[in-house]
Design a protein around this ligand. Structure first.
Ligand SMILES: [Zn+2]
Length: 252
């Protein structure tokens, strides 16, 4: 299989055999590039792991930030310091954003800190936004590149994003779930030049593998699903995702 698929958001480093799993995805499942998302405050040895992944394949890029569910694990100033040491080696700041309505203010403090660094250093951001109003995010993130990763919100939220911001919308394996039919309207609506695709592994295995552990090798199921719904070839979709990816990401 040609190397055609970009996994725009994955946490493959959570696997002990991460190198074998990436190798399998690149060699046998058509993976072209991946953005490996590290979580500051939870993950150890992020910098050495960034180098290990890069040595395996130069198309494994890395991102880092404090996930909004982990804001009680590290102080804002420590997180800032860690992020500054990682800065020359990362291609994106994320994932960051808003998770629950609890501690919203602290989540916003972290989002703001991440945003200021992204803006100053011309880095894109990978945004997690669940159970929170997307306008908290769209009102804050001005004049930078960012993506709403693992989009599961409504069609009207998607329309708001496309019409009022320059953000991308990234779809995960959730779109293949039988109880996620509303997302098909979002797939049909989202302009192809504002779309990205991800596995978010090790969570969220797409159908027909739902319930099993997810890896970047499964990215093709999501590409297949979206290309069928949009009535375009998987090659056309892959070319478009590459066109979206290259100006979005910072290659380091
Ligand atoms: Zn994630």
């Amino acid at each position: 299989m040609n190397n055609m698929f970009i996994d725009s958001h994955t946490h493959m480093h959570n696997y002990e055999d991460v190198l074998e799993k990436y190798q399998d995805a690149f060699n046998n499942h058509g993976l072209f590039a991946a953005l490996n998302i590290f979580e500051i405050g939870k993950d150890e040895n992020i910098l050495s792991n960034i180098h290990i992944l890069k040595n395996l394949n130069k198309n494994i890029l890395s991102a880092a930030a404090v996930h909004p569910a982990h804001i009680d694990r590290i102080s804002l100033s420590n997180a800032y310091n860690v992020l500054m040491t990682l800065l020359p080696y990362i291609s994106c700041i994320g994932e960051t954003g808003l998770d629950t309505e609890n501690n919203l203010e602290t989540q916003l403090d972290f989002l703001n800190m991440h945003y200021n660094i992204a803006k100053e250093h011309n880095l894109p951001m990978s945004i997690h936004c669940r159970y929170a109003n997307i306008k908290y995010v769209t009102d804050l993130l001005l004049n930078i590149r960012y993506v709403f990763h693992c989009f599961t919100s409504s069609l009207s939220d998607a329309q708001y994003i496309i019409e009022n911001t320059s953000a991308y919308i990234s779809f995960s394996g959730i779109v293949t779930f039988k109880n996620a039919k509303d997302l098909i309207d979002v797939i049909l609506y989202c302009p192809l030049d504002r779309m990205l695709i991800e596995t978010d592994s090790p969570c969220l295995s797409p159908e027909p593998l739902r319930g099993k552990k997810n890896t970047s090798s499964n990215i093709r199921y999501i590409y297949e699903f979206i290309s069928q719904k949009r009535n375009i070839s998987i090659e056309f979709l892959s070319e478009q995702m590459k066109k979206n990816w290259l100006p979005f990401i910072k290659v380091v």
